[in-house]
Design a binder for this molecule. Structure first.
Ligand code: NAD
Length: 458
């Protein structure tokens, strides 16, 4: 793409950091012919996170929920440059970022990139609340590498336990599978794990399947706190009925290599484990923290403060923030919010392009400065605030059951269990996939699991 348009005006640099929900929805909606678009991310694919908890036990394959960023770029109108690199520094004064290739040593591995507009959509990382031993001993549920680690740990632990006599205490310990955090990620993963044990392991290793205990540990009095109380009650009863050991009011305080220490109703308890999966929410990335320090207006620890037009406080003229790396009192860090923010920004960049064109015309000889200024004002005032439309929440809870808390045209629809909700959950997730390829692969995985079951190899 040439650096100028046909009329000689400069094409501005739009740099997007990240390849998650926010960036990809922005990229899909953006007219990429209007800017020099550069994407920087160490992950060269988009990951469909809502189905990540289905992957460790093999209900869905990891490759089915991944879309290469190069394929997404190929489907845009203009040309887009992608660097597989970490952004390591942002300099808001000089409008410049520093990036470091993920392949150090093989080439010049550090670059600086000038931007006119920068979109921060770098997501967040798993939080441990600084609880000792979590990073060393637990496995998170955030990235593909986590899912692969969880799968390997589960399958190896099962084989290790099956080597021991049934009454061996070590075998009992190994077969305690703990999931810490009763948010949607923890619940969906515990549900998938129990499906694997009850539907597949039962056929191939009946004794082991009887002896495995899946515990879901939550510090608060209830799981899934963002859902309606009726749906929470239904899910809790359902999980207990499915033999998930639900430990509520149980706050983990320390993690040892083979046990956790938790506070439960004022008492300290120790729970041994063979597999420990940690999903207690998210915290800001290092680059987010570093950027906050550079701007006096950034006074919130939970994420980068943005205004109602998704502009970063302290750098409103050039930096935008979307998704889990940001904090705004009106929005929660979910895929749905990030997706809508990306779509909104695509429209904003269309208008910013029009404004930049007019500003360039203003500087040309014999320009009708006043009439151009009126037009600029008109376009500026047409950039309305971002309004999040909450469509509702869905979660899979195991045994072909899901819950839904939908908001359609202001009306609330809360349903749990039943075939309709399960198939509705599946169809919504399919429709949210970013490509036809993903939809076909996920559907094929569901059919494969239904017909042949999940496989237990590592
Ligand atoms: P979360 O923040 O929703 O839940 C984490 C849970 O861990 C909380 O209930 C918290 O009380 C508990 N917890 C924290 N510290 C603990 C401790 N030491 N011991 C025991 N329990 C502890 O996290 P998540 O499930 O990873 O979700 C992250 C975000 O993504 C949320 O905003 C969520 O709504 C969203 N999400 C939504 C869906 C869906 O709608 N289906 C699916 C996945 C994620």
């Amino acid at each position: 793409q040439s650096k100028t348009f046909e009329n000689g005006s400069p094409r501005k640099n739009l740099v997007i950091l990240g390849t998650g929900w926010g960036s990809v929805s922005l990229l899909q909606e953006l007219d990429t012919t209007l800017y020099n678009v550069i994407i920087v991310s160490p992950r060269n694919y988009f990951l469909f996170t809502p189905l990540l908890p289905s992957t460790p036990v093999g209900t869905v394959n990891v490759k089915s929920i991944v879309e290469p960023i190069r394929s997404i770029i190929r489907r845009t109108k203009g040309s887009v440059v992608y660097y597989e690199a970490w952004a390591t520094d942002i300099d808001p004064q000089n409008k410049q970022i520093t990036v470091k290739s993920v392949f150090p040593g093989e080439q010049e591995d550090i670059k600086t990139i000038d931007y006119d507009y920068l979109v921060l959509s770098i997501g967040a990382t798993s939080t441990t609340f600084n609880i000792p031993g979590v990073s060393e001993n637990a496995i998170f549920m955030k990235e593909i590498s986590d899912s692969e680690k969880v799968r390997s740990k589960i399958m190896k632990t099962i084989e290790k336990a099956s080597f021991l006599p049934r009454d061996d205490p070590e075998r009992r310990k190994l077969l305690n599978f703990l999931v810490v955090g009763g948010g949607p990620t923890g619940v969906e993963f515990a549900a998938e794990l129990q499906d694997f044990i009850k539907q597949d392991l039962k056929k191939i290793m009946p004794e082991i399947s009887q002896d495995i205990k899946v515990s879901l540990i939550e510090g608060l009095p209830n799981i899934l706190n963002m859902f309606d109380k009726k749906l929470i009650d239904y899910t809790e009863k359902f999980l207990i009925n499915e033999d998930v050991d639900l430990k509520l009011n149980t706050m983990v305080k320390k993690v040892n290599p083979d046990s956790i220490i938790a506070k439960c109703k004022g008492e300290e308890i120790e729970l041994p484990y063979g597999v420990l999966v940690w999903s207690t929410g998210i915290k800001p990335q290092q680059l987010t923290l570093d950027t906050m320090k550079k701007l006096d207006e950034q006074t919130e620890r939970r994420g980068l403060l943005i205004d109602d037009k998704l502009r970063l406080l302290g750098a409103q003229d050039s930096i935008f923030g979307i998704g889990d790396c940001t904090f705004h009192p009106g929005f929660v860090p979910t895929a749905q919010v990030a997706h809508q923010e990306g779509q909104y920004l695509a429209k904003t960049f269309q208008k910013l392009y029009e404004i930049d064109q007019l500003k360039w015309e203003q500087e040309q000889p014999n320009a009708d400065i006043n009439s151009i200024k009126t037009n600029i004002d008109k376009i500026e005032s047409s950039i309305v605030d971002f309004k999040y439309a909450h469509m509702g929440s869905l979660a899979y809870i195991g045994g072909d059951k899901a819950i839904m808390d939908l908001n359609i045209a202001g009306a609330q629809y809360r349903l749990s269990g039943g075939n309709f909700v399960f198939w509705f959950w599946r169809s919504v997730y399919l429709s949210m996939c970013v490509s036809l390829r993903n939809r076909v692969l996920v559907t094929a995985d569901w059919v494969r699991t239904f017909v042949f079951g999940r496989d237990s190899s590592v």
